[in-house]
Design a protein around this ligand. Structure first.
Ligand code: ADP
Length: 304
């Protein structure tokens, strides 16, 4: 089983315990999912497709991926650019984020259709997100969607998390439109109800699921914070309860780690409900720790 995630990994500067000092890390939605996949499902080959620069920071990112067990053969380099950066500020425990990613190398990840096709031809399960689409120029979005459509036609499974981030898009209409084009090339969609309700006016998780089914997706899994996870497979709907925590430490990467747990279950032949149950256990652990990439003991993946 070979898993390929496509998107942007950024450098992260997080406040350390010493005031005014920051710790360098790396994170990004699709990358976080790849990182958790490599942690919990070492039997799966995990690869990441992105673009980085040729500077020392870009090299450090690539080395970090490799040390995390991620195959970097699909990481392209672009000498004119470097990795995007974000900085976390803390104000009375509240985190806020500042981004420098407008010119990041990752924005060129879909510039070469042949490279995309080559990387995808090597994968069984291919994962991308709304953020992956948002950071690309409109013509490169079309290039990526075409490559995904062709990969799907050749039997690859395509998975998509809409991850709605209106600030990354030209307008809410372009976001909604392009997200549904992403859905139309996908077999699996993993939306989060709160975001979908805000931007698509879905009244219920079931309405969210139905909208993605209508777009051509076969399997939809609707995350909903501490509320039950709704899933739909063709005509069949079901729910998996969440053992809700009263207090979470940091919801960063809740959805990303959930997706990793779900893909790990999928990759090892678990049923849809069992995969979701494991995804809930994994993300439940992650939200009890600070940061996107949680090094704590993670719940082991049940044997498939
Ligand atoms: P996103 O990060 O995409 O907004 P959600 O907030 O819906 O995703 O959370 C993803 C998953 O994380 C949920 O489906 C659930 O399994 C887990 N989770 C989130 N909040 C809690 C909580 N308070 N208690 C237990 N699990 C939680």
């Amino acid at each position: 089983m070979r898993f390929l995630a496509i998107g942007e990994c950024m450098a992260e500067l997080a406040p350390s315990d010493a005031p005014g000092e920051y710790r360098l890390g790396f994170a990004g939605d699709t990358f976080n999912t790849a990182w958790y996949m490599a942690r919990v499902a070492p039997q799966v080959s995990v690869a990441y497709l992105t673009a980085v620069g040729e500077d020392r920071l870009s090299q450090s990112l690539t080395e970090f991926m490799q040390a995390s067990g991620i195959d970097t053969r699909a990481v392209q380099t672009n000498a004119d650019r470097t990795v995007g950066l974000y900085l976390i500020s803390l104000d009375n425990g509240e985190r806020s984020f500042s981004y420098w990613r407008g010119q990041s190398a990752a924005r060129t990840l879909a510039d070469d259709p042949e490279r995309l096709a080559r990387a995808m031809s090597d994968a069984d399960l291919i994962y991308f997100s709304g953020i992956t689409l948002a950071i690309l120029a409109p013509d490169k979005r079309a290039t990526l969607l075409k490559a995904l459509r062709e990969a799907r036609a050749q039997g690859r499974t395509i998975a998509f998390d809409p991850n709605l981030r209106p600030r990354l898009w030209e307008s809410p209409d372009v976001m909604r439109n392009t997200i549904m084009q992403g859905a139309a090339v996908s077999d699996i969609a993993l939306p989060s109800f709160e975001d979908e309700a805000s931007w698509f006016a879905d009244a219920t998780p079931r309405a969210t699921a139905q909208r993605y089914l209508d777009a051509g997706v076969m399997t939809v899994v609707v995350k909903n914070g501490p509320s039950p996870v709704l899933y739909a497979e063709g005509e069949r709907f079901g729910e998996v309860p969440v053992t809700a925590l009263d207090r979470v430490t940091d919801t960063t990467a809740a959805g990303d780690s959930f997706n990793a747990g779900f893909f790990a279950g999928h990759a090892t032949g678990q049923s849809l409900a069992d995969g979701i149950t494991y995804a809930c256990a994994l993300s439940r652990e992650v939200v009890q720790h600070r940061g996107a990439l949680v090094d704590a003991d993670l719940p082991p993946l049940p044997k498939g």
